[in-house]
Design a protein around this ligand. Structure first.
Ligand code: FAD
Length: 354
């Protein structure tokens, strides 16, 4: 009898674990979106619409034996998963990989790829009409977005505000932050750290309309469009609302032998990254294979050290990993100039969409 595996969520972790188990198990991947969304490239898709099409990669080439079910988990009863359609799915193994949401456009907030494309084009158009841009948050999303905007429209005034005293949370050396500061200054990005807005801007995010607001330092700040670039939260409303999931070293839910959880929904102590989510998927797939074979010796996941490849526009950026140290724009563009698109086209068995 072939073991059955239900993977909930077809993001970076979900597609990796589903594909890795397709040859040994009967895999069902449950995902509400009609295509995979390569959200690593979402910010560039707003500034350079050539990337709008590239963001959406069909799921059809991912699995040879298994299937994709366009539905969403709404509740779990033990290891049974209730879907939005009302169906209840039971299987030998369940893998929870429903990831996280973030403010748009860092992560898309509509499931249908036609609507999502239209929204990205509308945001591009709104941004192109705004001479002054305000970004709230000097973490990777705010800084990457600032770099993309200045690369696409060098004449726009871009201001990044963050209440934290330094940019980029995480265990990064001073040399990394100094290089980020230097490149942002060269791009002409205005950075206001250690200060917050006294009230949210009066306009809706992503809409073009001039406004003036004040900072906690008492300064007036005027802009024509703004975006919130902070606030990732796990998608686990079908389980325990609002809290990341604790997992065992083998990436199982505590107390369960057959339910695994991967990627951004977990409380594994490391930066929430696609590459970490995919490493979780590899460990979980190895463990599910071992359990299918009747083995009891499972692999433990080692949390990753803080590391990042941070583009600041298509020609700039800074990277850091403990083993490589700080890398400047040339190396960063070498690693991530193509935003890893080819790797995901390969994984999903898809052709480039242009
Ligand atoms: C702008 C930006 C740039 C980034 N760049 C990088 C980068 O360069 N490198 C890197 O390593 N990381 C990067 N990250 C982080 C990376 O995107 C996340 O860590 C990654 O998406 C996590 O993968 P995941 O599979 O856990 O979840 P997700 O990618 O969030 O996928 C979750 C999937 O589950 C689906 N889902 C949600 N709820 C349900 C439900 N109830 N039932 C069924 N399915 C559901 C969603 O539709 C989605 O497809 C970036 C993040 C952002 C926002």
């Amino acid at each position: 009898m072939t073991a059955t595996v239900t993977v909930i969520g077809g993001g970076y972790a979900g597609i990796t674990v589903a594909k890795a188990l397709d040859d040994v198990a009967d895999v069902t991947l449950v995902e509400p979106r009609d295509t995979f969304v390569h959200n690593v490239a979402a910010l560039r898709a707003v500034t350079d619409p050539v990337w709008v099409e590239r963001l959406f990669i069909p799921y059809e080439g991912l699995l040879t034996r298994g299937r994709i079910r366009h539905d969403r988990a709404v509740r779990m009863f033990g290891s049974a998963v209730e879907l939005g359609s009302g169906d209840r799915v039971t299987s030998d193994f369940v893998v929870l990989a429903t990831g996280s949401r973030h403010t748009y456009p860092a992560k898309l907030d509509v499931d249908d790829s036609v609507d999502a494309r239209a929204k990205l084009w509308a945001t591009h158009e709104a941004l192109s009409r705004a001479p002054r841009v305000l970004l709230l948050g000097a973490g990777p999303v705010g800084l990457e977005f600032a770099g993309e905007i200045k690369a696409a429209w060098p004449d726009k005034h871009v201001t990044v505000v963050d209440p934290a005293p330094e940019l980029m949370p995480g265990g990064f050396p001073a040399e990394f932050r100094a290089e980020v500061h230097a490149q942002l200054a060269a791009l002409g990005v205005e950075l206001l750290l250690g200060t917050a807005l006294t009230a949210p801007p009066p306009t809706a995010p992503g809409h073009t309309a001039p406004f003036t607001t004040t900072t906690s330092a008492g300064a007036e700040l005027s802009a024509d469009i703004w975006f919130a670039c902070y606030g990732a939260a796990p998608n686990i409303g079908y389980l325990v609302p609002g809290r990341r999931l604790d997992v065992t070293p083998e990436l199982r839910l505590p107390g369960s032998d057959t339910i695994f959880a991967l990627g951004d929904i977990t409380s594994v102590p490391e930066m929430k990254m696609a590459r970490a989510a995919q490493r979780h998927a590899e460990v979980a797939a190895a463990n599910i294979r071992a359990l299918i074979d009747g083995q009891t010796n499972l692999t433990a996941y080692e949390p990753a050290h803080d590391a990042i490849v941070l583009p600041l526009g298509p020609h700039g950026g800074v990277s850091y990993a403990p083993e490589a140290g700080v890398l400047g724009p040339e190396a960063t563009v070498g690693i991530k100039g193509g935003l890893f698109l080819d790797a995901y086209l390969d994984l999903l068995g898809a052709e480039a969409a242009r």
